[in-house]
Design a protein around this ligand. Structure first.
Ligand SMILES: Cc1cc2nc3c(=O)[nH]c(=O)nc-3n(C[C@H](O)[C@H](O)[C@H](O)COP(=O)(O)O)c2cc1C
Length: 161
């Protein structure tokens, strides 16, 4: 069973969760970055408007070939109650993902609203089956319980493939 953990992280929180999944369950870490970096000002102005519109940023890497993986884990920070434009770009950039299983997660300050349902629907349109989803808010990120729930979810998904 081979898995990858695809994530975007503006300030390091989502990267930290991705690294905890990697430490507990293995999996290749694939960090996605927007080709045009956001400043603090442009993240809240341009980035949030793009997130609200569910726009896709041009990202590095240009394509993410997941054909060799059995399980895909995707993590996003929440911007303006939605996934970041970089993660929207990552979903578009997925290649070889049809029929694959996925677990998705989001980190946020307080509320993710429709972030994960929208991500799930975008993935399902590409033929990906999302078997687990979890949101971690600021207090849950500093504790262990929700992170352990996420790790349990990843292990269960890995056992099923
Ligand atoms: C531009 C921007 C917009 C944000 N919008 C939201 C939001 O709508 N809801 C929320 O709960 N947190 C929001 N946050 C907080 C982040 O989602 C949260 O701190 C997240 O864990 C950061 O992950 P990262 O360090 O991997 O970038 C926002 C942060 C930024 C920088």
């Amino acid at each position: 069973m081979k898995s990858c953990i695809i994530y975007h992280s503006y300030s390091g929180v989502t990267r930290g969760i991705a690294e905890k999944i990697n430490a507990a369950c293995g999996g290749d870490l694939i960090e996605v970055k927007p080709k045009d970096n956001y400043s603090t000002l442009s993240a809240y102005s341009v980035g949030c408007i793009r997130a609200r519109k569910e726009a896709c940023d041009p990202i590095s890497p240009d394509t993410i070939d997941v054909s060799l993986y059995d399980l895909i884990i995707i993590g996003t920070p929440v911007w303006a109650w939605k996934a970041t434009p970089a993660i929207n770009g990552a979903i578009v950039a997925l290649k070889g993902c049809e029929g694959k299983n996925a677990v998705i997660f989001a980190t946020c300050g307080s509320s993710a609203k429709d972030t994960l349902p929208i991500m799930k629907s975008a993935l399902e349109k590409k033929g990906v089956r999302v078997s687990g989803e979890i949101v971690l808010n600021k207090s849950e990120i500093s504790g262990n319980e929700k992170i352990n729930d996420l790790i349990t979810m990843v292990r269960a998904a890995a056992d099923r493939v």
